[in-house]
Ligand binder design. Structure first.
Ligand code: IPM
Ligand code: MN
Length: 357
C-alpha cells in the first residue's frame, strides 16, 4: 500500500520524441518530489514501435497486469514511422485506455499568460475550460466490419457504441468535475442531436436526468459543429464541455491549438476507481526525433496533472508555476525548433525553477 507521499509510477516513453519529452518530465517530477518530500518510484516500460518491430509484442498481458497495480502511468507518445498506422494506436494506446477502463479523457484548455494564441483579441481570461471526453466507447470500440470486401459492392460499417452505463458514468464525472472546479459552474453537452437521433438522444436524455441532481450546475447543449465554431469565436463561453469519444478527439485538437499548440497541451486518461495515465496530447513527431528541438512542456504539464490526480497538489502546483514562469519569461514560442532553446535546456530550466522557487 502507498501513503499520500509514496507513489509507484509506470513510465512508458514510447516512440519518436516520446522518450525525449518524458526525460524532461521526470526531471520536473524529481525536482517537485524533493520540494514536497514525495517518494516517486519510476518503473520503465519499453512498449512501443521499437519493441514491436523487434519482438512482435505490443502489449503483453503480464504488462497490463503490472500497470494495473501502479499508482499512475506517464506516457510519452505512440506511433512509429515503420509501423502501419493503427497497429500501435489501437494495440497499445486504445488497448490501455480500454483494458484499464480509463473511461474519461480529461483535457484542460488553458492559455497561460505570455503564450501566443492564434485567436485574435483573446487572452488567458478567455481561454480556460476543460473537455471531458468519453474514452472507452463511441466510434473507437472497433465495432462494425466489412461486407463484400474488395468488390465494387463493398460495405464498410463503423458503429458508434453508446451504452447507458458508459454514457451515464461519463456525464456524472463531468457534472462532479464542473461542480468541484467551481469556475463558471456551466456544463455544455456537445453532441449532434439533429442527426444522430439514437446516440446523441441517449446522451441528451441522461444529461437532462442527471441535471436534476446538480442544481448548482448550469447546463447547455450545443451541436459539435457549432462547438468547433464557438471554441474559436467565443472560447470564453465554455467552462466544462462533455462529449463522446470522436467528437472529443476532434474538438481537443482545436483546444490544443488555441492554448498555444501541441507544445503545451496535456491530458489525462482517467479511471476514477483505478489507475490513470497522463500524456502530452501531441504525437511522436518522428521528424523531430533525436534533434533536441521538441517542446517538453506538454509532457511536463502531463506530469503536473498526474500529481494533482494523485492528491499531491502542492507538487503539481510547483510544476505548473514553473511552466507558467518559463512561458512568461523564457519560452515565447512553443513550436518545436522555435523555443530559443533545446528540449533538454527547457527541461533543465523548469527543474531549476521548481528547485529554487
Ligand atoms: C488522441 C489521439 C488518439 C485518439 C490516436 C493516436 C488513437 O489522437 O489521444 O487524441 O484518437 O484518441
Ligand atoms: Mn487526437
Amino acid at each position: 500500500m502507498t501513503d499520500k507521499s509514496n507513489f509507484s509510477i509506470a513510465v512508458i516513453p514510447g516512440d519518436g520524441t516520446g522518450p525525449e519529452v518524458v526525460r524532461e518530465a521526470l526531471k520536473a517530477l524529481e525536482a517537485a518530489g524533493v520540494r514536497e518530500h514525495l517518494r516517486l518510484d519510476f518503473h520503465h516500460y519499453d512498449l512501443g514501435g521499437e519493441r514491436y518491430l523487434k519482438t512482435g509484442e505490443i502489449l503483453p498481458e503480464g504488462v497490463i497486469a503490472e500497470l494495473g497495480k501502479m499508482d499512475a502511468i506517464l506516457l510519452g507518445a505512440i506511433g512509429h514511422p515503420d509501423v502501419k498506422p493503427g497497429i500501435l494506436e489501437k494495440g497499445l494506446l486504445l488497448e490501455l485506455r480500454f483494458r484499464l477502463d480509463m473511461y474519461i479523457n480529461l483535457r484542460p484548455v488553458v492559455l497561460f499568460p505570455g503564450v501566443e494564441t492564434p485567436l485574435k483579441n483573446k487572452g488567458p481570461e478567455d481561454i480556460d475550460f476543460v473537455v471531458v471526453r468519453e474514452n472507452t466507447e463511441g466510434l473507437y470500440t472497433g465495432g462494425g466490419g466489412f461486407l463484400r470486401k474488395g468488390t465494387p459492392q463493398e460495405v464498410a460499417i463503423q458503429e458508434s457504441i453508446n451504452t447507458r452505463y458508459g454514457v451515464e458514468r461519463c456525464l456524472r464525472y463531468a457534472f462532479d468535475f464542473c461542480r468541484k472546479r467551481k469556475k463558471r459552474m456551466k456544463l455544455t453537452l456537445c453532441g449532434k442531436t439533429n442527426v444522430l437521433t439514437y446516440a446523441s438522444d441517449l446522451w441528451e436524455r441522461v444529461f437532462r436526468l442527471l441535471q436534476e441532481e446538480y442544481p448548482e450546475v448550469r447546463t447547455d447543449y450545443a451541436n459539435v459543429d457549432a462547438v468547433c465554431m464557438w471554441m474559436i469565436k467565443n472560447p470564453e463561453w465554455f467552462d466544462v464541455i462533455v462529449t463522446d469519444n470522436l467528437f472529443g478527439d476532434i474538438i481537443t485538437d482545436i483546444g490544443a491549438i488555441i492554448q498555444g499548440g501541441l507544445g503545451i497541451a496535456a491530458g489525462g486518461n482517467i479511471n476514477p476507481q483505478g489507475v490513470s495515465m497522463f500524456e502530452p496530447i501531441g504525437g511522436s513527431a518522428p521528424k523531430y526525433t533525436g534533434k533536441n528541438v521538441i517542446n517538453p512542456l506538454a509532457a511536463i504539464m502531463a506530469a503536473s496533472m498526474m500529481l494533482e490526480h494523485l492528491g499531491a497538489s502542492a507538487a503539481a502546483k510547483r510544476i505548473e508555476n514553473a511552466v507558467k514562469k518559463a512561458v512568461l519569461r523564457d519560452i515565447k514560442n512553443l513550436a518545436a525548433g522555435n523555443m530559443g532553446m533545446g528540449t533538454v535546456e527547457a527541461g533543465d530550466l523548469i527543474a531549476d525553477y521548481i528547485a529554487r522557487d
